[in-house]
Ligand binder design. Sequence first.
Ligand SMILES: [Zn+2]
Length: 355
Amino acid sequence: MRNTILKLLAIFFPIQLLFIYILKGFPDLVETYYSQSFFVYISQLQHFLTSWIPFSIGDLFYSAMVLIILGWLIKLIRRKTKSLKTMLLEAFAFVSLIYFLFHVFWGFNYYRLPLHDSLGISTEYNKADLLEYICDLIQQTNTLHSQLVSEDSLKVDYDFTQKEVQDLVFKAYQNTDNTDLKISYRIENLKPSLFSLPLSYAGFSGYVNPFTNEAQYNYKIPTYKFPTTMAHEIGHQLGFSKENEANFIASIITMEDSNKFLRYSGLTFALKYSLNDMYKKDPVLSGVLISDLHPGILKNYQEVQNFWEAYSGPVELIMEKIYGNYLKVNNQPQGIESYSYVVALLVNYYKQQSH
Ligand SMILES: [Zn+2]
């Protein structure tokens, strides 16, 4: 009986691969029947089961998975009772099951309609469009910065606890009057990661556990980064699996909020991506634009950079490689590079709003 189940699961794996391969050609169907329908219900069930628990159940689940894999490896090396064939069958069945659960609970969202299609905006923009967008962002950011500090040279300090920022970001999602994004966030399910220290070394601010739909954030990052990080992870929770789309949602939700600190995090977040993009197109111009920013704003950027530098090392490079491959496997062929696609969304969304 046990062997039959294992065999069925193992055979199921290539069938799943084929199914996903075909599904990539039908983003409309995924959008309608999965992302806007099945996923909405299944994620509500996940939130109902895990949101009231103060720590991350998903992190425990990951720890258990690591233990199971280690146990399997030890058995493989010692191999006394089971044949190699049985052990490989077990491994295949395990991978097949995890792969199945990953997709049913969250992963099919990778194959939904691209956000620019849902929003009805283009992905094309030229340097003049980008320049106009950046100038507007710089003006807004400088004005807001002056309201938050007494001198241009001071960085903005975030005197909030994690929980306070968490609640502000949750409220931002609840109160948003943006009808373009189809946001329906009802249950707060955001937790500090049990793995925050290793995450810091790996260069990660947070992640969503697809099996439990809990959003975890790295509680060691500077508080100034909490709003956009949390908003990004909630974006993932809502079914925007792709990095660039979660970044876009995080920018819009925080930039449009009434809280000034959230807006400051959001504006500087969008600005950073836009300036990086301008740097690729025209490094001299990007330098001129940066010099327009209040020095205190650069200090907030510096604070974040210092944080990551304190933890940088070989682990970060290895993780970047692994995560880059993960993104490629999951329908984001440009890998980590695709992060700049967020600028295409921001510039064109802004253009649509202002005309
Ligand atoms: Zn992400």
